[in-house]
Design a protein around this ligand. Sequence first.
Ligand code: TYD
Length: 132
Amino acid sequence: MNPALIDFKDLSDYRGGLVSLEENKNIPFTIRRVYYLFGTDTDVRRGFHAHKTLKQVAVCVKGACTFLLDDGHSRSTTRLSSPHKGLYISNILWREMFDFTDDCVLMVLASEYYDESDYIREYDDFIEQVHA
Ligand code: TYD
């Protein structure tokens, strides 16, 4: 599968970097939640789930980490290392994140409030949903 990367306009100037994110503009949904991961140990691998309806855009605002995305048919890995790029993660996509740099701050914009019942945490259940 091809990872869907969004290029954010670079508004940087001689004073420093600047990127602007706007719902239903360069972010393809209404933003209901923002969360961020930081201080993640390099040997930690997290994620290991899909979502029934949630759509997300992940931005590595500092440092780098790698995303594995799996649509049930094929997998891709993407190294996120730029605050100018967002990885669009649609629903029904299995994700794992790993190889975090020490300084990594991974910000995630989400289309819904946190809802544990939207998670698919077993890979077999995910494959079942893909074929449903
Ligand atoms: P989880 O999504 O399982 O983390 P990851 O997939 O990155 O390993 O979230 C870890 C814990 O934090 C879990 O108990 C749910 C809770 N959580 C919230 O309460 N709100 C949130 O917005 C998120 C993303 C997680």
